[in-house]
Design a protein around this ligand. Structure first.
Ligand code: NDP
Length: 345
């Protein structure tokens, strides 16, 4: 049998709870011509998935959408063999089909993975969508120059940790914003940011100002709300801001937080760009891999994952990630990873 999570009902509250999801089972699907059956190993949990559920893109009864790393069990796709590892979109399910006629939510085409390139879980992270998001938002949009001050919010998270390190590699002064103390320490001690301040501190706005004595030239926005309010007065003339995400607003009902932020930053002369990673897949996926692949392999870019275990862990891990309970990119391992000699992290 195949076990999978569905959305129980259209979410009503700001954040998911025990009633949001339902565990079901059904027969393992059979691959048709041009299809392969794959067993899910890693499920990627990403903030945008909550938007899908709240806005009704994902319907009650649907298998919950997610990007996954899987292993081929049976293949009717030429060139794809049982045992091969793939990036695909099985969602919150133990098994799924890929190939012809299989709906492919999300933007990335399924592809075969080479475990020699790096841990296979990185295909849903630093060597996949997260790496591309950080690359597009920081390198292409923010374009930091040596000596400029760059601020990154959610700095220890999946996207934030990569974005900040890309800026540091370009010679910028990089200041992170994170939550609890161990995350703040990780950002400076392990990732090598020049400073990091906690948005949980009662003196957060003063701390950020003190960490950016020359003002802010580039802001990589992942959060919004009070974090944005603290950055806003610090922008220098000619500053750039990328709105990558606004996780503090993902539980809001209505209102366009992004448009409001944009207008307020532009009123201060900041050049603001919105970011949608899907716009960069065809044009920049290879360029991202060419930079981040060797940098990660050489340890010049560090990457932390928060890996939870078992299909049952998915709803709680998802809710935790939305509220900062994750420490690094949030993943759930739903079946053993045969490539692992030792646990990731
Ligand atoms: P993260 O791993 O960064 O996890 C989310 C983090 O956000 C939490 O760990 C928490 O870190 C922080 N956070 C949550 N709520 C708040 C809050 N109210 N105030 C301050 N910080 C908060 O997730 P991702 O790396 O997957 O995503 C980061 C951002 O990038 C999201 O906004 C996401 O939507 C966006 N994104 C955008 C894409 C695009 O195409 N534009 C593509 C992919 C991601 P802490 O404990 O440190 O506060």
């Amino acid at each position: 049998m195949n076990r999978y999570w569905t959305l129980a009902d259209r979410p009503v509250g700001a954040w998911p709870d025990a009633r949001t999801f339902e565990l079901r089972d059904g027969p393992i699907p059979q691959p048709g011509p041009g299809q392969a059956l794959t067993r899910t190993i890693y499920v990627s949990l990403d903030p945008y998935q909550w938007g899908y559920r709240r806005r009704g893109v994902e319907k009650p009864g649907d298998v919950c959408h997610a990007r996954t790393v899987s292993q081929v069990v049976e293949s009717r796709i030429e060139g794809l063999e049982p045992g091969d590892f793939v990036f695909n979109t099985n969602g919150w399910a133990e098994y799924g089909l890929m190939g012809e006629g299989v709906p492919r939510p999300g933007y990335m085409v399924p592809r075969r993975l080479d475990p020699a390139v790096g841990p296979i879980s990185y295909a849903v992270g630093v060597l996949g969508m997260l790496g591309l998001t950080a690359y597009a938002g920081m390198v292409l949009q923010g374009d930091p120059r040596p000596g400029e001050t760059v601020v990154v919010s959610a700095a220890s998270g999946g996207v934030g940790q990569i974005a900040g390190q890309l800026a540091r590699l370009r010679g910028a002064q990089v200041v992170g914003i994170a939550g609890r103390e161990e995350k703040v320490r990780y950002v400076t001690d392990e990732l090598g940011f020049d400073a990091c301040v906690s948005h949980l501190s009662p003196t957060f706005a003063q701390d950020l100002k003190a960490a950016c004595p020359g003002g802010v030239d580039v802001y990589f926005e992942n959060v919004g709300g009070p974090v944005f309010e603290a950055v806003l007065p610090l922008f220098n003339p000619g500053a750039r801001m990328t709105i990558c995400g606004l996780i503090a607003h993902y539980g809001d009902d209505g209102g366009d937080a992004g448009a409001k932020e944009r207008a307020r930053a532009e009123a201060r002369g900041v050049a603001v760009q919105n970011l949608f990673v899907g716009d960069y897949v065809e044009s920049h996926h290879e360029a991202m891999l060419a930079e981040l692949g060797p940098a990660v392999a050489a340890g010049k870019v560090r990457y932390r994952q928060d890996v939870r275990e078992g299909l049952e862990a998915l709803p709680e891990a998802f809710a935790e990630m939305l509220k900062g309970g994750n420490f690094g990119k949030m993943l759930v391992r739903v079946s053993p990873d045969p490539t692992l000699q030792v646990a990731v992290n």
